[in-house]
Design a protein around this ligand. Structure first.
Ligand SMILES: [Zn+2]
Length: 330
């Protein structure tokens, strides 16, 4: 993924935000509605951490490599083990340089016949080049992607394990997108297209694993394991799915994670949710870290994105928040 709208967003989003404060929708009718809040099962961060590590142990998960195939098999097997109906969506996708990538989106469905559904997304491939590395000699080295790739998938595998023990009311789809992070590298001197990123999600958004697939909303997790991560209200999420951002950030605050989920607008990110919103038209948000200046975590797209950057407290904050949201959907 890639960040954009750097300086523009603060001003632009502020204007939008202030326009909407007059919305009378939330006005009280004088009646106090009793709302039962369901307590979700306890998200186990140790377990999530192990799923992150298991992926990293395969090595970089770059399409067209043996490590990628092996990790894909592992992920599909885990989802099956946790009771999901698994669909493997294989596709030949074209990278920025014309190379064909043997890609595989992996989908685990719970209660697949239910119409009321929520989709949870993460990308499982890793960037083929550490093109943000301080050392130029590493710019062509594939990254391990402990945070960028494995963390979101690790959190979702733990959620799958929990769903298998106690299912929420609604149907859940856990969707691991492939070929997200092969966007045009910095060292390439030709044209840089936004659409060179997120190939797996673009494909799935056009051709979902189930014909006519729809979900109430989607939540994308990307780089959700970094120490001291802060998640601002990402701009594209605000544009397409503001009510879902509100729902998730409110829930995070309720359960004590407001130091992670900052209730302020941040910059925008070209990530899988953009294409899910634009092509599949499922309102989808991105939980993605950024700093006050909208930059990502310091090891982003470098050889430093290893297990050392993964913090269980962050996995817990994100995993528990997402679970409280889905277990309270009716
Ligand atoms: Zn990335």
């Amino acid at each position: 993924m890639k960040n954009y709208w750097m300086a523009v967003s603060a001003a632009a989003m502020f204007v939008c935000f202030s326009c909407n404060t007059g919305n009378g929708k939330g006005a009280t009718t004088g009646q106090t509605e009793e709302k039962t809040v369901i307590k979700a099962p306890d998200f186990n961060a140790d377990s999530a951490y192990q799923y992150v590590k298991a992926q990293v142990d395969f090595g970089p998960r770059v399409p067209n490599t043996a490590e990628h195939v092996a990790c894909g098999n592992y992920l599909a097997k885990k989802l099956e083990e946790y009771g999901a109906k698994v669909t493997n969506q294989y596709a030949d996708l074209t990278a920025y340089d014309g190379k064909i990538l043997k890609a595989r989106n992996i989908i685990g469905a719970y209660k697949p016949d239910l119409k009321k559904r929520v989709a949870l997304f993460a990308h499982w491939d890793t960037r083929p080049w550490a093109d943000k590395d301080k050392d130029e000699a590493n710019h062509h080295t594939p990254i391990l992607g402990a945070n960028d790739g494995a963390s979101g998938v690790g959190v979702l595998l733990e959620i799958a394990r929990q769903i298998n023990l106690q299912e929420p009311t609604i149907g859940i789809d856990i969707i691991f997108f492939d070929a997200e992070d092969g966007g045009t590298p910095d060292f390439y001197e030709g044209r840089h297209e936004e659409t060179s990123w997120c190939l797996g999600s673009q494909y799935w958004s056009r051709i979902p694993h189930v014909q006519g697939y729809n979900a109430r909303f989607g939540i994308l997790l990307d780089m959700v394991g970094g120490k001291g991560a802060t998640f601002y209200r990402e701009a594209a999420s605000m544009k397409y799915a503001k009510s879902i951002v509100n729902k998730v950030w409110k829930k995070a605050k309720e359960i004590g994670y407001e130091t992670y989920f900052i209730n302020e607008n941040g910059g925008g990110v070209t990530d899988d949710h953009v294409f899910v919103n634009q092509i599949a038209r499922i309102p989808t948000i991105d939980i993605v870290p950024m700093d006050e200046d909208y930059s990502f975590f310091p090891h982003w797209h470098t050889t430093g994105d290893t297990m050392d950057v993964i913090d269980k407290s962050t996995l817990k904050a994100v995993g528990q928040t997402v679970m409280e949201v889905i277990y309270n959907e009716k």
